[in-house]
Design a protein around this ligand. Structure first.
Ligand code: PHE
Length: 468
C-alpha cells in the first residue's frame, strides 16, 4: 500500500473535481436520451425526486466512507469492516468503472468528432444522417481511442492544477452557453411542443409506465451525480476533516442538476422544431438537435466549436474520475505505480471501448440498462455499509466539520441511508432485474423480496458497534 497519500491542493480543489466528475456527458447527452425514451416530463419528475431524496443523502454516504477510510472503494470497504464479504463486494466497483469508461469514451469520441467537424460545418446539411454515419464503426473506434488517450494522459500525470483550473472556466462557460441556446431554441416555430413534452407530465403515462421509468430515472440520477461507482468515495478519500460534507454535497448536487435541466431546455424545443420529435434519435438526441441548432444560427460554426470544446472538457473531467477508481485501486492495494496502473487499464479500455464503438446493440445495453443496474446496486451496497457497518462512526464522520446543521441531521440521515434508501434502491433494482431474468412478480412480492435482501445483508454483515 502506498504510504503517502495525495490530498487536494486548495480548499476548492475537491469541490471543483467533484463537480467536474458529476457534470459531464450524463447531463448533456445521457439525460436527454433517457428523458426522450421515458415520457419526457414524467421522467423529469421522477428523476428530480430521486436526485433530491436519494442522490443528496447517497452522496454523503459515499463521502463518509471515503473520508473515513482514506482509501479507494475496495480498500475502504475491507479496511473499515475487516470482512471478506465486503472486500469481495468492493471489487464490483472496479468492474463498474471499467464498464462505464468503456462506453463513455465512445461518446467522448463522438464529441471530439463533432468538435472537429464544427470547423467545417460537416454535419450542418443533414444532422440526423451525419450522426448515423459516424456513431458506430472504425472511425468511432479511432475517436474513442483519442478520447481515451487524453483521459489517460491526465490521470497518468496527475495534472491536478490543470483539472482544477479547467473546471473553473468550464462550469460558467457551460451554463452561459446552455442558457443562450435555450433562449434561442424557445423562439423557434414548434418549440412549444418540445417544451410541453419536457415540462408537463402526462400523469396517465406516469401511472402506466412507472415501473419502466423508475429504473431509468434512478440510474440516470445516480449516473449524473457519479454515484454508485465509487468515484465520490475515491475523491472524498483525498479530503481533510474540515470540510462540511452536507454543504459540499448539496452544492455539487444542485449545480449538477441545474446543468442537466438546462440541457433539456435546449434539446427538446430544438428537436421538436426540427421535426424529429422525442424518442426518435435515441442516443443521438443531443447531437442531432444541437447540430440542427448550430446549422441554423448566425455564427453557428463559432458557437459550435466553443460548445463542443467545452463539452469535451466536461467529458474529460468526468472520464478521469472513472479511470481514477481502478487506478487508485491498483496503487493503494498492490503498490503499483500510478503510471503503470494507468497504462494497464488504458490497454484494457482500448479493447472494451472498441467493442462498444463497433456495436450499437452492445453500446445501448451497456450504456443504458447495465449501467442503471450496476449503479443502483452499487449505491445500495454503499448505503447498507454506511448504515449497518459504520453506524455511529458514520454519524461522527458526517458531523466532522459540518457545524450545527450537521449535528442535527446526522442521526436521521443515518436511518435514511441505512434503511429507507437501500429498500428503495433494492426495489428499483429487482423491478428491472427480475423481468430481464424472465421472472414476473407482483409489486407486493418485489417489496417483500427487497425487505428480505436489505435485512439479510444488514444483519449478516453488521458490526457490533453499529446502531442500526
Ligand atoms: N457523472 C458523470 C457524467 O454525468 C458520469 C460518471 C458516472 C462519472 C459515474 C463517474 C462515475 O457525465
Amino acid at each position: 500500500m502506498a504510504d503517502t497519500r495525495e490530498s487536494w491542493q486548495t480548499r476548492l480543489g475537491f469541490i471543483l473535481a467533484a463537480v467536474g466528475s458529476a457534470v459531464g456527458l450524463g447531463n448533456i447527452w445521457r439525460f436527454p436520451w433517457m428523458a426522450s425514451e421515458n415520457g419526457g416530463a414524467a421522467f423529469l419528475v421522477v428523476y428530480l425526486g430521486i436526485v433530491l431524496l436519494v442522490g443528496v443523502p447517497g452522496l454523503l454516504g459515499e463521502f463518509v466512507i471515503g473520508r473515513r477510510s482514506k482509501r479507494n472503494p475496495v480498500g475502504a470497504l475491507s479496511s473499515l469492516s475487516d470482512s471478506k464479504g465486503w472486500s469481495a463486494f468492493g471489487h464490483v466497483f472496479v468492474v463498474t468503472a471499467v464498464l462505464l469508461l468503456s462506453f463513455y469514451s465512445v461518446v467522448g469520441g463522438w464529441i471530439l468528432r463533432y468538435f472537429g467537424a464544427s470547423f467545417t460545418g460537416a454535419y450542418f446539411g443533414n444532422p440526423g444522417a451525419y450522426f448515423s454515419s459516424i456513431n458506430y464503426g472504425f472511425e468511432a473506434v479511432a475517436f474513442h481511442v483519442l478520447f481515451l488517450f487524453l483521459t489517460a494522459a491526465i490521470v497518468g500525470f496527475g495534472v491536478k492544477g490543470g483539472i482544477e483550473r479547467a473546471t473553473k472556466v468550464m462550469m460558467p462557460a457551460i451554463v452561459v452557453l446552455l442558457v443562450g441556446l435555450a433562449a434561442w431554441g424557445l423562439t423557434l416555430d414548434g418549440a412549444s411542443a418540445g417544451l410541453a413534452f419536457y415540462l408537463s407530465p402526462d400523469l396517465g403515462y406516469l401511472q402506466t409506465h412507472f415501473l419502466d421509468i423508475l429504473p431509468a430515472a434512478a440510474g440516470q440520477a445516480l449516473f449524473t451525480l457519479s454515484l454508485g461507482a465509487g468515484t465520490m468515495v475515491t475523491y472524498a478519500s483525498y479530503l481533510g476533516e474540515d470540510r462540511s460534507l452536507p454543504v459540499d454535497g448539496t452544492f455539487i448536487a444542485g449545480l449538477n442538476t441545474l446543468v442537466g435541466v438546462l440541457a433539456g431546455f435546449v434539446v427538446f424545443p430544438i428537436l421538436f422544431a426540427l421535426g424529429s420529435g422525442a424518442g426518435q434519435p435515441g442516443a443521438g438526441a443531443v447531437f442531432v438537435s444541437l447540430a440542427g441548432a448550430f446549422a441554423a444560427l448566425p455564427y453557428g460554426q463559432v458557437v459550435a466549436v466553443v460548445f463542443f470544446g467545452v463539452v469535451a472538457l466536461a467529458a474529460l473531467s468526468s472520464s478521469i474520475s472513472m479511470l481514477e477508481i481502478p487506478v487508485s485501486f491498483l496503487v493503494d492495494e498492490y503498490g503499483v505505480s500510478r503510471r503503470k496502473a494507468t497504462v494497464a487499464f488504458t490497454g484494457l479500455f482500448l479493447v472494451t471501448g472498441s467493442v462498444n464503438a463497433l456495436s450499437a446493440q452492445v453500446f445501448g445495453f451497456v450504456a443504458g440498462t447495465l449501467v442503471n443496474l450496476l449503479l443502483t446496486g452499487g449505491l445500495a451496497g454503499f448505503l447498507l455499509f454506511t448504515g449497518w457497518v459504520l453506524g455511529t462512526d458514520a454519524v461522527a464522520e458526517l458531523r466532522s466539520g459540518a457545524g450545527d446543521l450537521g449535528q442535527r441531521l446526522a442521526t436521521p440521515w443515518l436511518y435514511a441511508v441505512g434503511v429507507v434508501l437501500p429498500l428503495f434502491l433494492v426495489f428499483t433494482l429487482l423491478s428491472s432485474l427480475l423481468p430481464l431474468l424472465g421472472v414476473q412478480l407482483g409489486t407486493g412480492a418485489v417489496v417483500a423480496l427487497a425487505v428480505g435482501v436489505v435485512v439479510v445483508c444488514g444483519v449478516t454483515l453488521r458490526r457490533p458497534q453499529s446502531v442500526l
